[in-house]
Ligand binder design. Structure first.
Ligand code: FAD
Ligand code: SF4
Length: 509
């Protein structure tokens, strides 16, 4: 029997154009897809996240077979399953005559270090192909970052605009004269019966099998399966993309930061799980957004705001993840040590903003950016929660969470654990910001206008306590000069009351 190339396809490599398959001959290749315990349990992923990934993998395997590839698929309940990628590659080498292994680089340090051992471990040549689904290569990010004192996303984003040509005029200048229209993207929203909702895809037989498997095997994992609605094929993901582009994108810019009680999705795209697992291509999506702007179908603040999230933030956090190295996960600049409150796993708190954000997270494995940053993230930051516990929670509960994208967003942007590589100041705020951007406070048992006392909004005292607690580390940050001036101008009694109120709250947390 002629020897073949073994091509493992990981759960976030569900793109037909994945680099490991390019120029390969289906007759000389065996594709290996593996559902393994180690990946489902190294943190306790939300049940719906596991269903999404396994079902999308099973559908992708079928689509690959239709295109003529031989796919060796190891399911989680296979009695011979060893439970790890390395164990499954070892078994596949026994099943098939293999002369080499070829794989697209993994999306996290942990899995990369496994793959890097395979050549020595199995005595078979291993080729690791770059993941070309991203716009910036590792080298391009390094070259951009080299020698810079500060790595601000905005300047990297402009490079990506130049590289892709997105939203540039014929002279290479940004459309409309400005690179960034974020200032126009901060409107609070009103409840709107016409608000678009993501398509709820009905589980087919494959998804139903996975739903049963996960319901039985992962009983102690967070989250509900009752609302499972994700697309699990490229075709379905394309339908959700179409729905977003035609019905939500035009409003995406205006209401990007808004929050409404009982409305988990607003005008967001709900495309991150599909972009991150490979069902959709990010650049292709951005090109269509730019075309819709050029055709006058969506305003510039919407098109630019959306494209910035993808070719700016998404690419930038990936660059930071790989540049900073595996020890990035251990950083804790503010030395925050408090454990994560139990209500992050139940949503059971009187703070309405938190119960809304956490409740929908447990129901749908989804919350939008401002909920993640300014509700759950902000609370953890000002309450002094250990950033590693916060990182673990975000990695568990969101369907789009893979370490390359989740860790820099959580530990860096949201918890300031890297001391300011990503964020120029901590994203800490009192209840005032939440009141401005949402309708939650009006129905909350706490009073957002009160700073101390039984019914005072906890975010208020915690915010000032956070600044006071971290004064030595943060007082020289120019962007915090104003709040520190205000704090230092407050009379001693007011300061004492605020700190006392925060202490009392934290003690009962
Ligand atoms: P939309 O609001 O419609 O935005 C469009 C797309 O832009 C998203 O699909 C996503 O691909 C991209 N995007 C937007 N913001 C970011 C960002 N900051 N970083 C990377 N991509 C971005 N995103 C993840 O994909 N996975 C994560 O694990 C993740 N963890 C996060 C943790 C924290 C603490 C914070 C503050 C943000 C996190 N984000 C993460 C970014 C962002 O919240 C999600 O990408 C977004 O909410 C996904 O929903 P959507 O597809 O409806 O996005
Ligand atoms: Fe959240 Fe405070 Fe508003 Fe309640 S009052 S919803 S706790 S910000």
């Amino acid at each position: 029997m002629s020897k073949k190339t073994l091509i493992p396809i990981l759960g976030d490599q569900l793109s037909h154009g994945i680099s490991s398959l390019s120029d390969q001959d289906p007759d000389k290749s065996i594709l290996l897809m593996m559902e393994v315990d180690a990946e489902t349990t190294y943190v306790k992923h939300h049940k719906a996240k596991i269903v999404y990934i396994f079902s999308a993998m099973r559908h992708h395997a079928a689509a690959l077979r239709e295109r003529g590839w031989i796919v060796d698929y190891v399911s989680l309940d296979d009695p011979e399953n060893t439970g790890s990628f390395t164990g499954e590659v070892a078994r596949a080498l026994e099943r098939h005559p293999v002369e080499s292994i070829r794989i697209t680089e993994a999306g996290e340090w942990r899995v990369m270090s496994m793959i890097e051992n395979w050549q020595d471990q199995f005595n078979v040549p291993v080729t690791i192909c770059p993941d070309d689904r991203f716009i910036a290569t590792h080298q391009e990010f390094e070259e951009w970052a080299e020698g810079k004192k500060q790595l601000r996303m905005e300047f990297f984003y402009r490079e990506m605009r130049r590289k892709t040509g997105l939203l540039l005029d014929d002279d290479g200048k940004p459309e409309g004269g400005k690179w960034n229209y974020d200032a126009e993207n901060r409107k609070p929203a009103q409840s709107d019966l016409m608000m678009p909702q993501p398509i709820r895809f009905q589980p087919d037989e494959i998804t139903q099998d996975v739903l049963n498997l996960v319901a039985e095997k992962f009983t102690d994992h967070p989250g509900s399966l009752d609302h499972f609605h994700f697309a699990v094929t490229r075709k379905e993901a394309l339908r959700q993309r179409r729905k977003f582009l035609d019905h939500a994108l035009a409003q995406f810019g205006d209401y990007q930061d808004a929050m409404l009680t009982g409305e988990p999705f607003l005008w967001h795209s709900i495309l991150s799980p599909y972009l991150n697992s490979g069902l959709l291509d990010p650049l292709d999506l951005c090109r269509e957004v730019a075309d819709l702007y050029a055709d006058g179908k969506v305003p510039l603040n919407a098109a630019e705001g959306f494209i910035r999230q993808i070719i700016g933030w998404r690419e930038y956090v990936r660059g930071i993840y790989w540049r900073e190295g595996p020890d990035y996960a251990q950083r804790n600049f503010l030395e925050a040590r408090r454990p994560l409150p139990g209500f992050y796993y139940t949503g059971d708190t009187d703070m309405l903003c938190l119960s809304e954000a956490i409740g929908q997270t447990l129901d749908f494995a989804y919350a939008h950016h401002i909920q993640r940053l300014m509700i759950t993230g902000n609370f953890a930051l000002i309450a002094g929660i250990d950033p590693h516990a916060v990182h673990k929670w975000y990695l568990e509960v969101y369907a789009d969470a893979y370490e390359w994208v989740e860790l820099p967003n959580t530990l860096g942007m949201s918890q300031f654990g890297d001391g300011g590589i990503i964020a120029s100041k901590p994203y800490a705020s009192s209840g005032n910001y939440i009141n401005k951007m949402s309708d939650h406070c009006a129905s909350c048992r706490y009073d957002v206008k009160k700073r101390v006392g039984e019914n005072a909004c906890p975010y208020n005292a915690l915010y000032w306590d956070f600044l006071a607690r971290n004064e030595v580390k943060l007082k020289d940050n120019n962007r915090l000069a104003m709040p520190y001036r205000t704090w230092n101008k407050m009379d001693a009694d007011a300061r004492k009351q605020l700190r006392g109120s925060a202490k009392k709250f934290l003690e009962q947390l």
